[in-house]
Design a protein around this ligand. Structure first.
Ligand code: HEM
Length: 339
């Protein structure tokens, strides 16, 4: 499941960024470019998750233990070449632009480059795109996998979500973006999954901008703070039965924040700028597959919910599931085509 969710989120993000749909198309050239692109991102995630002992024990860097740094420099060269290629393609096609077509993100940045070239440099555009892909793909795909794992272990919740979709949308059309606010139970499922399995369990390091006191501790200005939101989300002092999957606990909550109890997208000025997109992607992807298919575990055994190592807290054992089209959706499904 993760593989499929990952390709889906990459397609969504790359269409937004450069107008390209790499996966699931018949175009061999695009498939090949997509394969190179995936390789680069996979390597980025592996190296981002690796810790550099030299950062903690500088003596090791002096002694020449610099292999991670060397690998990162090589990887950055590959990434620069790939994203520069995309920029050049879009720069070339700029003259032939259709004024009615919605611009991709790179096209918007290239237009801004014309008026503010010293700020919107090619390097800035390359790295901007890379940050979005690195921060937005694995987090969203991983959350989709956790949602489906929880639903397979709690078929009554899956049934309730299907019933909600049946009554709000029916079987004559597919779930659409505009339906997401009208599917509050699906939203509760997403929130409860992000509570139990937040894709950024330690947020990203924050720095205190002034002296302050947190939980009775004096924090001097400039200190680095790491917020363990996983611990907050699992704290029995904060949640009733924190280890139980209970989407109903979020009934009536608007959005994804519950004070400072639930903060899957962080908080404050440096909170996740992709929250809106992530919630739409999660709602659309999960809503569609719940609407169109019946899902089952591959055996009687419950899906293993162990967390694996990694920045975005992936599942230790990837999810494999069985699905079949729901009877009353077969007509609609047979009309679908990929363009
Ligand atoms: C389920 C999906 C996602 C989750 C759970 C998630 C979670 C987070 C968290 C916890 C942070 C750190 C916030 C903080 O420290 O206060 C963050 C930062 C960030 N996220 Fe997301 N994110 C998701 C999807 C996305 C998407 C789709 C994008 C881009 C389109 C994105 C772009 C970013 C960026 C650029 C930052 C760094 C912001 C900064 O440092 O100012 N994220 N995200």
């Amino acid at each position: 499941m993760k593989f499929a969710f990952y390709e889906l989120t990459l397609n969504v993000m790359m269409r937004m960024i450069s107008g390209k749909r790499y996966f699931g198309s018949d175009n061999l050239e695009l498939e090949e470019e997509g394969r190179r692109f995936r390789e680069i991102l996979d390597e980025s995630f592996v190296l981002a998750g690796a810790s550099n002992v030299g950062d903690y024990l500088p003596v090791l860097s002096w002694l020449g233990v610099k292999s991670l740094e060397k690998k990162l420099i090589k990887l950055q060269e590959k990434r620069d070449a790939f994203f520069q290629g995309l920029i050049e393609q879009l720069r070339k096609s700029k003259g032939a632009e259709d004024v009615n077509k919605r611009k991709t993100m790179i096209e918007v940045l290239l237009s801004l480059q014309e008026s503010e070239p010293e700020y919107y440099t090619d390097a800035m555009i390359r790295n901007f795109v890379l940050v979005l892909l690195a921060a937005g793909t694995d987090t969203s795909a991983g959350t989709m996998e956790w949602v489906m794992s929880l639903l397979l272990n709690h078929p009554q919740v899956l049934k309730k979500a299907q019933n909600e979709i049946n009554s709000v949308i029916g079987n004559k059309r597919l779930v659409d973006e505009s339906d997401i606010p009208n599917l509050p139970y699906l939203r509760c499922i997403i929130n409860e999954t992000l509570r139990l399995f937040p894709a950024g369990p330690l947020l990203v390091p924050h720095e205190a901008s002034s002296d302050c006191v947190v939980g009775g501790y004096n924090i001097p200005r400039g200190a680095m703070l790491i917020i363990n939101q996983w611990a907050i989300h699992h704290d029995p002092k904060v949640w009733n039965e924190p280890e139980t999957f209970k989407p109903e606990r979020f009934e009536g909550l608007e959005g994804t924040r519950d004070g400072f109890k639930l903060l899957p997208f962080g908080s404050g000025r440096r909170s996740c700028p992709g929250e809106g997109l992530a919630v739409q992607m999660l709602g659309m992807a999960l809503g569609s597959i719940i609407q169109c298919f019946d899902w089952e575990r591959t055996s009687e055994e419950l899906v293993d919910m162990t967390e694996g190592p990694g920045l975005t807290m992936p599942k230790a054992i990837p999810l494999v599931a069985k699905c079949k089209p729901r009877k009353h959706m077969t007509n609609l499904l047979s009309e679908l085509r990929v363009d």
